[in-house]
Design a protein around this ligand. Sequence first.
Ligand SMILES: Nc1nc2c(ncn2[C@@H]2O[C@H](COP(=O)(O)OP(=O)(O)OP(=O)(O)O)[C@@H](O)[C@H]2O)c(=O)[nH]1
Ligand SMILES: [Mg+2]
Length: 334
Amino acid sequence: MSGPTDDSPAAAGPVRRSRDVPMLVRRARAGDPRAVARLITLVESGDEVLPQVAAALAPYAGQAQVVGLTGSPGVGKSTTTNELVRALRTRGHRVGVLAIDPSSPFTGGAILGDRVRMQDHATDPGVYIRSMSSRGHLGGLSAATPQAVRVLEGAGCDVVLVETVGVGQAEVEVASLADTTLVLLAPGMGDAIQAVKAGILEIADVFVVNKADRDGADATVRDIQGMIALGERGPGEWRPQVVRAIAARGEGIDDIAAAIDKHRDWLERHGELRRRREARAAAEIEAIALGVLRDRIGSLRDGTQLPTLAAKVAEGAVDPYAAAGELLSQLGTG
Ligand SMILES: Nc1nc2c(ncn2[C@@H]2O[C@H](COP(=O)(O)OP(=O)(O)OP(=O)(O)O)[C@@H](O)[C@H]2O)c(=O)[nH]1
Ligand SMILES: [Mg+2]
C-alpha cells in the first residue's frame, strides 16, 4: 500500500478516533494503514456509523480473492499464512490478513502468537495484518468478517487470507464464506476424524497436511484421501486437493499456492465464484437483519411488553406461541 496522504504526526490522532467515514475511506483507498485499522475497528465494534462504512465500501466489493484457513489450535495456520503472504508478495499481490479470534476480544495467546509468526511482514506496506474479534458486533462473526474483507478490498488488497480456529460452528461458517477454504491437519492429532465430526470435511477445498516432518504424515494423507474418495461427486464437481507442507520450513507452500490457483480456475469456469459470493452476501444480510431483531427483542425485555406477556404465560392465560407472535408483531418493520 502506498503511504498515507497526510503523514504528519498530527494526522494520526484524528484518524485513530475518527468517525469521519468519507475521510477514513479516502485515506484507506490511498493505502493509509491507520485509516484501514480505524475502519476495521469500527466494523469490529459494530459502531453506529457501520451502515455508512458499508455504503462507502460497497463499490469495491468482490475485488479480492478470499482464502480461508482453518484447523485445530496449533496446527500451523499462522505459520502457513505467513509463508503464503511471502509467496503472494513475490507474485506482486497486495495481501490482507484477518486472524479471527472468536473468544478473547483484545488479548490472548493466539493473537500474540499471530503477531510473532507474521512479523516478517510487519514493515511491508503491501501487507495488512489484523487480528479481530467480533464480540459485540451486531450479527457476530459472519457479518463482521465480510465487512472487514471489504475494508481490505477498499484498501487495494487483491488477496485476503482469513485465519479462523476450526473449533465451533461459527468458525466453520466463517471459513465457508471464503472463495477457497484450506483445512489444515497435522499428523497424529486424530485430526482427520475430528474434521469429519466438526463438519469441516464438507467445507474443505484444499487439505493441507502440515507438520509433514512428523511421524504419521503418510497415514494422515491416506486417511483424508480415503474420506474424499467416499464422498459422492457429480461430473465436473471439485475434488478436494491434498497437499503436504512443512510450513515452519517454508516447504510445500508453492504447492498450496498452486492448489489455490487451480481451485480459483475451477470456481470461475463453473460460475461457482459468483454463487459463493452471493451465498456470502446472503449470510451477511441475514446476520445483520437477525442482529437488528435481536436488539429490538432485547430492548423489549427492558420495556413492559415482555414482562406483561411473560406474566400471562406464567399464569396460563396465554400460550407461549401466541405470546411470541404478539411480541413479533410489536417489533414492527423497517
Ligand atoms: N514441526 C513443525 N512445527 C510446525 C510446523 N508449522 C508450524 N509449526 C509450529 O507449530 C506451532 C503452532 O504454529 P501456529 O502457526 O501458531 O499454529 P496456529 O494454527 O496458527 O495456532 P493457533 O492460531 O493458536 O490456533 C508453532 O510452534 C510453529 O512453529 C511444521 O511444519 N512442522
Ligand atoms: Mg494462529
